[in-house]
Design a protein around this ligand. Structure first.
Ligand code: NAP
Length: 254
C-alpha cells in the first residue's frame, strides 16, 4: 500500500457511516490524519473513536456552504491544513418519477450534487497550499451507466458529479490539484441494509463476483486517487462493482 498518505490531512464528508467510514478507515490505517464530517456529531465522533489512529469528528452539512466552510476550517485548524478531500456525503431515498415531488428532487440534488460543489469550493483554498492536493468524489454506477426505478433524481446527481469533475479538474490543474471519482456498485452499508434482504440477495445474484462490495473496496480505490503515485491522473473514474455492469443478460450469468 502507498506510504504517501502518512501524516497527510484528509477530510471525508459523510464519513460517519457506510462507504465514508470505510474510506476514513483505509486512510487512517495508511497513516493519514482523518477528519470525519457529518450532520450528527455523536455519530461522527463514534465513527472516529472506532477508527482510532487520531481520527476525529466534525459537524457539518454539505447542503450549506457556510456549514461546510466552518467544518473544513475546524479540520484544518486541528490538522494544520487539508491535503485531500473525499467528497462522499450522499443520500439515496427512492421515489418513482410519477410520485416524486419537487421537494424530494431538491433534497437529493442539494445533498449529492450541490453538496459536492460546496465541499470542493470550501476545500480549494486549503488544497492549493498542498503539494499533494487531491479531490476524490464518490459517484456511482447508477446514473452515469445504469438505471434503477426510484432513483432518477439520484442517478441525475451521480452523473452530474462527473460532469462537474471534468471541468473542475481542468480549472484546478494549475494548482496541481487532481479531481477523480470512484463509481461504486452495490456496497454493503447501513444505508443499503435499509433497502432490505431481498434487495441484497437479488443484487448479489446479478453480480459476476456474486457478492456486494465492502466499504474498504471503495476506500482502496479512493486511496489510489489520493496517493502521490496517482499525481498524473485527473478527471478519471474507476468502477468498483464486482463486474456488475458487464453481463448483457441473465444468460451471461448462468
Ligand atoms: P450511508 O451509509 O447512508 O451514509 C451516508 C453518510 O453521509 C453518513 O455519514 C451521513 O451522516 C452523511 N450525510 C448525509 N447527508 C449529509 C449532509 N447533508 N451533510 C453531511 N453529511 C451527510 O450512505 P453510503 O451508502 O455509505 O453512501 C455514501 C456515498 O456513496 C453516497 O454518495 C452514495 O451516493 C454513494 N454510493 C453508495 C452506494 C452503496 O451501495 N451504498 C453505491 C454507489 C454510490 P449524517 O446523516 O450524520 O449527516
Amino acid at each position: 500500500m502507498t506510504q504517501s498518505l502518512k501524516g497527510r490531512s484528509v477530510v471525508v464528508t459523510g464519513g460517519s457511516k457506510g462507504i465514508g467510514k470505510g474510506i476514513a478507515r483505509v486512510f487512517a490505517l495508511s497513516g493519514a490524519k482523518v477528519a470525519i464530517i457529518a450532520r450528527h456529531p455523536d455519530q461522527a465522533e463514534a465513527a472516529a473513536a472506532e477508527i482510532g489512529h487520531g481520527a476525529f469528528g466534525v459537524v457539518g452539512d454539505v447542503t450549506s456552504l457556510a456549514s461546510i466552510e466552518s467544518a473544513l476550517a475546524a479540520a484544518a485548524a486541528r490538522n494544520g491544513s487539508i491535503d485531500v478531500l473525499c467528497a462522499n456525503a450522499g443520500i439515496f431515498p427512492q421515489a418513482r418519477l410519477e410520485d416524486m415531488t419537487s421537494q424530494q428532487w431538491d433534497e437529493v440534488v442539494d445533498t449529492n450534487l450541490k453538496g459536492t460543489f460546496h465541499a470542493v469550493k470550501a476545500a480549494v483554498p486549503y488544497l492549493k497550499t498542498s503539494d499533494q492536493g487531491r479531490i476524490v468524489l464518490t459517484s456511482s454506477i447508477t446514473g452515469p451507466i445504469t438505471g434503477f426505478p426510484g432513483w432518477s433524481h439520484y442517478g441525475a446527481t451521480k452523473a452530474g458529479q462527473l460532469g462537474f469533475m471534468r471541468t473542475a479538474c481542468i480549472e484546478l490543474a494549475k494548482y496541481g490539484i487532481t479531481v477523480n471519482a470512484v463509481m461504486p456498485g452495490n456496497i454493503l452499508t447501513e444505508g443499503l441494509v435499509g433497502l432490505g434482504e431481498d434487495y441484497q440477495k437479488t443484487m448479489a445474484a446479478s453480480i459476476p463476483l456474486k457478492r456486494l462490495g465492502t466499504v474498504e473496496d471503495i476506500g482502496y480505490a479512493a486511496l489510489y486517487f489520493a496517493s502521490r503515485e496517482a499525481g498524473y491522473v485527473t478527471g478519471q473514474t474507476i468502477i468498483v462493482d464486482g463486474g456488475q455492469i458487464l453481463p448483457e443478460s441473465l444468460e451471461a450469468l448462468a
